[in-house]
Design a protein around this ligand. Structure first.
Ligand code: SF4
Length: 387
């Protein structure tokens, strides 16, 4: 079926109609067409939309941004809560960034929440865009997210290229280089295969194929509509694709963290700077352990450097390991008593003394949620020493 050596780039154009038809036929039977799973993809009376019908673009936009780095089944409860909290773009634009972050808490990649909020404020001024460029001008929207929103909401004939689609295409072509190095080629393939008469269905089908059949490990080639065209299948080792750059081990760092309490029983938290990893989230203060440094000394030093306070470092509260996409961190958390110095936000946006029961009003990253749980458990235990 037109396969070439892996040194050449495959041209899917001659096969496009056949591949598209077989994919759509597979999707009609096996696609994830469940209103309980993707409510934004259904009409208000619970039907899959006809080609001429439009869907709610706000709902599609929020879903597509949540799905950028996160799986469908994780996204669904967040999307439901989000749409209940911000049912219109005006409600989202009018909300505080803090309220927006609280709804996002736990989904990770937190800059997405801030960009959604910024984009909502732009949208109330200029209305919903109907072009690819109009969408990619908004914060947090790249070409694939824009293509997904427009094809989902308006059945616009635009291709997509998310992680699932890249994997399927890399295998179909047995492409010899990592997809990230050949983005233009992959976009060309996605465009060539797109069924322009049913772009909404086709893009959903391609995503469903990647998510349920052509999975990263153990793809179910026996259930795939494309084995006769697939070069990776022909090799009998489909998992060799997509090719990746040799991965380096993730760097590992130990972070000393102080849960600082004052005489009133309040706990000290700080808000991270807006830019960078976890921008704008709240956290317990701390920082990197230096080589050869005891963890207690690390915590005392970090609190002095970042907040200009002196503390007594007490017992360990909890140790939490957390892996990010680019590094692994171990948070070693100690209870501390505040001794002197008015806390200053020297390396953060602001600092605040908060009663422990009110910590749930602030958006914390996942690793900090476990620290809060340990702190509240500890405080409950010391309130009832005989219990
Ligand atoms: S045949 Fe296998 S490797 Fe090829 S696209 Fe289908 S599931 Fe993926």
């Amino acid at each position: 079926m037109g396969q070439r050596s892996s040194a050449e780039h495959r041209d899917f154009s001659p096969l496009a109609a056949e591949l598209s038809q077989s994919l759509l036929a597979w999707w009609e039977v096996h696609g994830r067409k469940d209103p309980a799973l993707k409510p934004w993809m259904f009409t208000k009376d619970g039907r899959w939309p006809e080609p001429h019908e439009h869907l709610n673009v706000l709902e599609c936009w929020i879903a597509e941004v949540m799905l950028q780095q996160t799986q469908l089944r994780v996204v669904l409860p967040y999307w439901m809560r989000w749409m209940a909290a911000f049912p219109t773009v005006d409600a989202l634009a009018a909300a505080s960034l803090e309220q927006v972050r609280l709804q996002w808490q736990g989904l990770g990649y937190y800059s997405r929440a801030r960009r959604l909020h910024e984009a909502a404020q732009q949208l109330v001024m200029r209305g919903w865009p109907r072009t690819l460029d109009g969408w990619t001008d908004l914060p947090g929207i790249g070409r694939t997210t824009a293509g997904s929103i427009l094809s989902s909401a308006f059945n616009a004939p635009l291709p997509i290229l998310d992680g699932n689609v890249k994997r399927v295409l890399a295998r179909l072509a047995a492409h010899p280089r990592p997809p990230a190095r050949d983005e233009a080629l992959f976009w060309g393939w996605s465009t060539a295969l797109l069924d322009a008469s049913r772009p909404r269905d086709f893009n959903q089908a391609l995503m469903d194929l990647g998510a349920t059949v052509c999975t990263p490990r153990n793809p179910s080639c026996d259930q795939c509509p494309w084995p006769s065209a697939c070069a990776a299948y022909a090799s009998r080792e489909p998992c060799r694709w997509p090719v990746t750059d040799a991965s380096k081990p993730l760097p590992f760092q130990v972070i000393g963290v102080g849960v600082v309490l004052n005489a009133a029983g309040e706990v000290l938290i700080d808000q991270r700077l807006e830019e960078g990893l976890l921008g704008g989230m709240w956290e317990f203060p701390g920082g990197k352990q230096e080589p050869g440094e005891a963890i207690e000394a690390c915590i005392a030093r970090e609190l002095k450097e970042e907040l200009a306070i002196a503390v007594t470092v007490g017992e360990e509260l909890i140790t939490v390991d957390h892996a990010y996409s680019h590094k692994k961190l171990r948070f070693v958390v100690h209870l501390c008593d505040w001794v002197s110095g008015e806390p200053q936000p020297l390396a953060s946006q602001q600092v605040r003394w908060v009663p422990p029961a009110q910590l749930s009003d602030y958006a914390f990253p996942a690793a900090n949620a476990r620290i809060i749980e340990a702190l509240l458990g500890k405080l409950r235990g010391s309130a009832h020493p005989d219990g």
